[in-house]
Design a protein around this ligand. Structure first.
Ligand SMILES: Cc1cc2nc3c(=O)[nH]c(=O)nc-3n(C[C@H](O)[C@H](O)[C@H](O)COP(=O)(O)O)c2cc1C
Length: 164
């Protein structure tokens, strides 16, 4: 079995989860930033990860999901600043799943990720009140994803791989 873990990251949170997933995988495996992936040919399974940005999947990730996943086994993982269980997370997961509508989606995982200080500063200056509210939430995200979240990501990796 050949598995790919590919991810987008700006401040390292999604990379941390990607590496945790990668570490648990059996068989042949590769880990690469999304920018280095043009298609998913030759993989039996691909984990695709990203940070939620502006209440959605980043456009380059959406493009990979919609253009390259038809008929493929994939699993989606994402990090976000809001706490797990926050209602809007369903719409973000839904948006990613919808973009990959022709894929065989074997699982989705999400967890909180720390808002980096420069991001907090930028959000606090935003005109959009929702963005400003995110900035104010920043300190509460410190240290995420923590060890318990990383552990959950590892379990997710094993569960998904067992389905192939
Ligand atoms: C421009 C920008 C927009 C963001 N928008 C959201 C958002 O809509 N919802 C959310 O929960 N987090 C949002 N975040 C927070 C990131 O999703 C979160 O910090 C994530 O863990 C960053 O992952 P990374 O370190 O892999 O880049 C945003 C961050 C940035 C920089």
């Amino acid at each position: 079995m050949r598995t790919l873990v590919t991810y987008m990251t700006q401040t390292g949170n999604t990379k941390r989860i990607a590496e945790a997933i990668y570490g648990e995988l059996e068989g042949e495996k590769e880990i690469k930033p999304i920018a280095d992936v043009s298609d998913l040919e030759g993989y039996d399974l691909a984990f695709i990860g990203f940070p939620v940005m502006q209440f959605d999947v980043p456009p380059n990730v959406k493009q990979l999901l919609s253009e390259e996943t038809a008929g493929k086994n994939i699993a989606i993982f994402m990090t976000h600043a809001v706490p797990e269980g926050f209602e809007a997370i369903h719409s973000w997961t839904g948006s990613a799943s919808q973009a990959a509508a022709s894929a065989n989606i074997l699982g989705t995982f999400d967890c909180q990720g720390e808002l980096a200080q420069p991001v907090i500063d930028m959000l606090l200056k935003a005109d959009d009140p929702q963005m400003k509210a995110f900035g104010e939430m920043g300190p509460a995200t410190k240290g995420q994803p923590d060890e318990s979240r990383v552990q959950k990501a590892k379990e997710f990796a094993k569960e998904v791989q067992a389905k192939v």
